[in-house]
Design a protein around this ligand. Structure first.
Ligand SMILES: Nc1ncnc2c1ncn2[C@@H]1O[C@H](COP(=O)(O)OP(=O)(O)O)[C@@H](O)[C@H]1O
Ligand SMILES: [Mg+2]
Length: 317
């Protein structure tokens, strides 16, 4: 049995992707080639923040599928996917991101189709289908929380999750649902060691009828794997970024009027998902030592949040 490089679940024979996963990601039944390597990609390294951070260093490109050549090509306009290559500083980041997005999808979050593909230099890259394009190519207007709050890129770590919640409260068409989704993503990010959810990693979409919705998930990675000194969260929660506890998430939920029973059911959802999340880490394309590191990070967070569940933890996975 092989493993699907998109969903990471078992795939028949030696196939590298489930046909259904390929279909969802590219709309075709074959595996596109990538005729370029990381060296051929334009480097857009952000010099914008002094904080030692994972953001802005990943080499990425806007791409689309050339169906005739059966290749992924870089384009200036009409891109259908975002392609992210592996930075030297952060080995296996594509595998890391693919794994985190699969965890999020397993938990029922709104996750675009995504997967790993091999580049011409033999390295994995991560691809995600754009959520701000309709199938006919039409654009959906996207704005990051940094844009909405008029915060410059340099200041993308200046802010709080409460601020983001308030934007959703003020503008979203489905306020209740979007707030719960936002709250789930915040807790999930904490539990997987995703310390890079700054203001540019949250966005809203404005549909042609004017409705505003929280954009789907993107840029979920376990940054803690590379940056052991990193603070728990990129933005403050209940006035702090580090040493976060359950109480801080309760305060966040209350400050944006999420009902106590909804807060509790979100906590319960993640508590029950612990084994599944660890299993997805074990089935990822991360190397065994990074899988172990990832599971340690998750277990530390789970212990801190829920109390010591460790004895019921790692062994089974
Ligand atoms: N699936 C997507 N659809 C549309 N836009 C996206 C998607 N994924 C990322 N983006 C946009 O591209 C930007 C960079 O992508 P991101 O995954 O955040 O990369 P980085 O790791 O470089 O921050 C995001 O801030 C977002 O605006
Ligand atoms: Mg980002």
């Amino acid at each position: 049995m092989g493993k699907c490089l998109s969903c990471q679940k078992e795939a028949p024979g030696r196939t590298q992707y489930h046909p259904a996963c390929l279909k969802k990601l590219f709309g075709v039944g074959w595996v596109p080639q990538i005729p370029f390597g990381i060296k051929d990609m334009p480097a857009e390294v952000s010099k914008s923040n002094a904080k030692m951070s994972i953001s802005g260093v990943q080499i990425k490109a806007s791409v689309k599928l050339d169906r005739e050549k059966q290749e992924i090509v870089m384009v200036q306009s009409e891109a259908t996917h975002v392609l992210k290559a592996e930075p030297n500083e952060y080995p296996e980041l594509p595998q890391n991101e693919n794994c985190c997005m699969n965890m999020a999808r397993e938990l029922g979050m709104n996750v675009p189709s995504h997967g790993l593909l091999t580049m011409a230099d033999g390295k994995f890259c991560y691809l995600i289908k754009r959520f701000d394009r309709l199938e006919n190519g039409e654009k959906i207007h996207k704005e990051s929380m940094a844009q909405i709050l008029s915060v410059s890129t340099e200041d993308k770590y200046q802010g709080s999750l409460e601020n983001i919640g308030k934007v959703i409260q003020r503008h979203s068409k489905n306020v209740g649902l979007d707030l719960v989704h936002f709250f789930e993503r915040a807790l999930f990010s904490f539990l997987i060691g995703n310390g890079d959810m700054h203001l540019k990693n949250w966005a809203v979409l404005t549909l042609s009828n004017g409705e505003i919705h929280l954009a789907p998930c993107y840029d979920f990675v376990c940054s803690k794997m590379y940056l052991p000194q990193e603070e728990d969260f990129a933005l403050s929660i209940n006035g702090r970024k580090n040493g976060l506890k359950k109480q801080d998430f309760i305060a966040l939920g209350k400050s944006i009027s999420i009902e106590t029973k909804v807060i509790e059911s979100t906590f319960e959802l993640f508590r029950n998902a612990k084994e599944k999340i660890l299993e997805i880490a074990s089935h990822s394309e991360l190397s065994p030592s990074r899988q172990e590191k990832f599971k340690e990070i998750i277990l530390e967070r789970v212990d801190r949040f829920y109390g010591n569940l460790r004895r019921r933890g790692l062994r089974e996975v």
